[in-house]
Design a binder for this molecule. Sequence first.
Ligand code: GLP
Length: 241
Amino acid sequence: MRIYEAKDYEGMSRKAANIIAAQIVMKPDCVLGLATGSSPIGTYKRLIEGYENGDLDFSEVKSVNLDEYKGLSKENDQSYYYFMNEKLFRHVNIKPENTNLPDGLATDDDAECTRYDAVVAATGGIDLQLLGLGHNGHIGFNEPAQEYAKGTNCVALTQSTIDANSRLFEKAEDVPRFAYTMGVGTIMKARKILIIVSGADKAKIVRKAFFGPVTPEVPASILQFHNDVTIVGDEAALAEI
Ligand code: GLP
C-alpha cells in the first residue's frame, strides 16, 4: 500500500489526477472505474484541464462507475449519471457509449445486477479503480455487512450514509433508500486501486480501514489484501495514521 500525503484537498486532487493521467497515457484504451461524491470532484477538474491543454485524450478510454441510486432517472440532478456528465464526461472527449453506470430506473434488481456485471466483464476488467471512502468504511455503496458482496447488488443504504448524503438533497426524505453498487469482489479484481480521502471527518475511518482488522463490517478494510493500492489523502484525513 502506497500512501501519499497532500497538504489539502487541492493537493490531493492534483496527485490523484496525475495518477489517473499516467494510466491514460500508458494505456490509452484503459478501463477506468469511477466514483462520485465530493472527494473526486477536484480530481475530475484536473483531468478536464489535462484534456483542455492537450495532454490527455479520452477517445479510447472506457469507464464503469461504482454505483447509482435506485429510483433516480438520468435527468435527475442527484443521480450519479447526471453527476458524471456534469463533473467529467461532457467536458472531455470520452465517447458516451464507452461510459457505463447501473440503471437507476431498472425495476428488476436481479436482472440489472446481472446486466451490470456483464457490462464490467465485457470491458476486459478495470485497470484503475478510483474510490472514495464513506464514514462507515463503505466503498461504492457496499455498506457494513456480515459478508462481502461479490458482484453488483442492490443495497439498502444505512442511516449514516443517508444522513451524510442528505447534504446534497433538498430534504433528507429525498435521499433514495436503495442503490445499485458494484460488489467488493469486482472492486478487488481491479488491477490498481486509487483511494482518495480528504478532511478531518475521515481521519478515524482511514485508520480503522487501513490499519485495523479486515472485516466486512468495515468494507474498505479488504483493500489491505489488494496488491496495488494507492491512498492519496490530505493532512487532515491522514492525521491519525
Ligand atoms: C457516497 C458514494 C461513495 C463515496 C462516498 C464518500 O455514498 N456512494 O462512492 O465514495 O459516499 O463520499 P464523499 O467523497 O462525498 O465523502
